[in-house]
Design a binder for this molecule. Structure first.
Ligand code: ARG
Length: 586
């Protein structure tokens, strides 16, 4: 629509000999007055030394009668555009017949790897791990909707110090004698055992340097695939992955690849060598570092004490690509993984990461390294989507009442429990599956409604409300449409758009379709959340003012049914993009 309107305006300007720099057409601020508006006459008037209104009038006069739109010049110099009823009707029937409800695929199809999820083996998943699978999954779906090829990789944290710490702790606690001495029987290492081992080791590491050095050595043994370290490691990885997979599935996040930091192992030495050979790496305290600072940025000088002022404005520390003991670091595996991805997939246009924003510097360093050494081709996009922190209602990082971190499966159970209560109070007897769909949907919508980089408040009661801007509200509207369509004694037919409520629905869908583009540009799903809610509300208004099932005029009834089918299709697609299922009934 916007393109059609701009083209007509441009054509009229050409005929008049006007040469506007830019014709921006946007949705109307006053929907009761018109559907679209443009204010380009103001800038144009300055050039033409005319009044903006006179310019607008001349353009409208030039356009004359148009088949699809009404153009009106409005004081002090706007051009207001309204769609004719037939235009709305044609649009509505076209959108309903269109597979993607009017969302146009991008002409250039990109090959993309998306790296999200990123759970760490051996560490229990907690509430902080919610955002990456949720945001990453919806970005993947958004890209797919636009026709791009996306490969998703869970990129598990399975190669770092936490592995050495966990195995050392298990060893000290006597669980690994079978592997280390060959005596006794094979132990049954359970999740519960792991969940105790890591936090215990992690706490010890901070106060006991000897323990930390030992854990470093264990980590190195794992990375060198020494036995029995590597066998134990593989067992722990397998056990953890099963649990992680189960949890991600409940969250609706699915992955093509279950790779991890360890998967690029065969390339780490090769990649480090590339930096050495090209003279890009230097030794620093036994470690190998790459200077990635550019002009105007500085390698920070460590502060003598915490109260000292930072010496430089733009600190950019070097990337450490080899540890003092030769072990791999987070940066090493990330650089080698980019190398591997480019080897595995030809012509990768973009690699996108979704982690919390505290990893911004890490990715900046990794990306710069890959560009410097030529691992990532010049025109390949390396994108880091960094999200904000989840806060409790008190504005502090979300914790249990006892002040400990909230475990992820506890969050899921809480969501199921609360949504069950809610559904029961609405007179339903929900299955776990239904309660899960509503609970997870509520939480996802709550998380995604926020602009991605901002911190947000995790407020289950607010998220689960059936009225207000929430996931369940939209799910509820879809369920209501389902029930009307079921009860109707006739099928959806040709849509005739006539009154303001109907037009409002169509505008809602056009705005929704524009929101997909905004989300793609911003790598944030909040605009889609808002637009889906606005469309659901427009449907609600229409529903309250129209008797659909008892409408005596058959053609009108069929038109109404067509219109609400369209709303359903558009809402279900938007919710799918957000990773939220819409249940048939609720
Ligand atoms: N495991 C990491 C963490 O817990 C996230 C992994 C993100 N992806 C990556 N390629 N670094 O912070």
């Amino acid at each position: 629509m916007i393109n059609n309107i701009s083209a007509i305006l441009k054509d009229a300007c050409e005929k008049l000999g006007y040469n506007p720099k830019e014709i921006v057409v946007s949705f109307s601020n006053i929907p009761t007055l018109c559907d679209y508006q443009s204010n380009f006459c103001f800038a144009l008037a300055k050039e033409l030394k005319m009044s903006p209104f006179a310019v607008a009038e001349s353009i409208v006069k030039q356009i004359g009668e148009n088949k699809e739109f009404n153009f009106v010049a409005a004081m002090p110099g706007y051009i207001n555009v309204s769609l004719k009823d037939e235009t709305f009707s044609k649009l509505a029937n076209g959108l309903l017949a269109d597979e993607k409800c009017g969302v146009k695929e991008h002409t250039k199809k990109l090959n993309v790897v998306m790296d999200y999820g990123g759970a760490n083996i051996a560490k229990e998943l907690h509430v902080g791990h919610l955002c990456s699978p949720i945001i990453g999954e919806s970005l993947k779906r958004l890209y797919k909707l636009f026709g791009h090829n996306v490969i998703s990789d869970a990129h598990l944290g399975d190669w770092g110090l936490q592995m050495g710490l966990t195995i050392l702790q298990l060893h000290e606690d006597g669980y690994l004698d079978y592997y280390f001495t060959g005596k006794g029987t094979e132990p049954n290492i359970t999740l519960d055992i792991l969940n105790i081992a890591y936090p215990k080791a992690s706490a010890k590491k901070s106060v006991d340097p000897e323990f930390k050095a030992k854990a470093d050595a264990y980590t190195k043994h794992i990375q060198d695939k020494d036995e029995p370290y590597f066998t134990v490691y593989k067992k722990i990885r397998e056990l953890s992955v099963k649990t992680i997979e189960g949890l991600y599935k409940e969250l609706g996040a699915t992955f093509d690849l279950w790779y991890g930091e360890s998967s690029c192992d065969e390339y780490t030495d090769l990649v480090v060598d590339m930096f050495v050979k090209k003279g890009l790496a230097r030794e620093s305290d036994g470690a190998l570092v790459v200077d990635v600072a550019r002009e105007g940025e500085h390698i920070p000088i460590p502060k003598q004490n915490p109260d000292d002022e930072q010496l430089y404005k733009n600190p950019m520390p070097p990337a450490v690509i080899k540890k003092y003991n030769g072990g791999d670091l987070y940066a090493t595996t990330d650089i080698a993984t980019i190398y591997m991805r480019n080897k595995d997939y030809k012509n990768l246009d973009e690699i996108l990461y979704c982690t919390d924003s505290r990893q911004k510097l890490h990715f900046e360093q990794v990306f710069r390294c890959c560009k410097m050494v030529g691992i990532s081709p010049e025109n390949q996009l390396l994108t880091h989507v960094g999200f904000g922190t989840m806060k409790g209602k008190d504005g502090k990082p979300f914790k249990t009442r006892e002040g400990t971190t909230v475990k992820l499966d506890d969050v899921v159970n809480l969501l199921v429990e609360k949504s069950s209560e809610k559904l029961k109070s609405n007179g339903l007897e929900p299955t776990r599956d239904l309660a899960l769909k509503i609970g997870i949907g509520a939480m996802k919508y709550g998380a995604l409604s926020n602009f991605v980089t901002k911190d947000y408040v995790f407020d289950i009661d607010k998220f689960l409300s059936f009225d207000g801007k929430t996931g369940p509200y939209i799910q509820y509207m879809v369920a209501r449409i389902n029930s009307i369509l079921d009860k109707a004694d006739t099928k959806a037919g040709q849509i005739f758009v006539q009154d303001a409520d109907e037009k409002n629905i169509l505008i809602g869908i056009l705005k929704l379709n524009l929101a997909y583009e905004t989300c793609y540009k911003e790598k944030s799903l909040n605009s889609l959340c808002t637009a889906a809610f606005d469309l659901a509300s427009a449907f609600s208004t229409f529903y309250n003012s129209h008797k659909i099932l008892t409408e005596p005029d058959m053609a009108k009834k069929q038109s109404y049914l067509g219109l609400i089918s369209l709303v359903k299709k558009a809402l279900v697609q938007a919710m799918w993009t957000l990773g939220i299922d819409c249940p048939e009934r609720m």
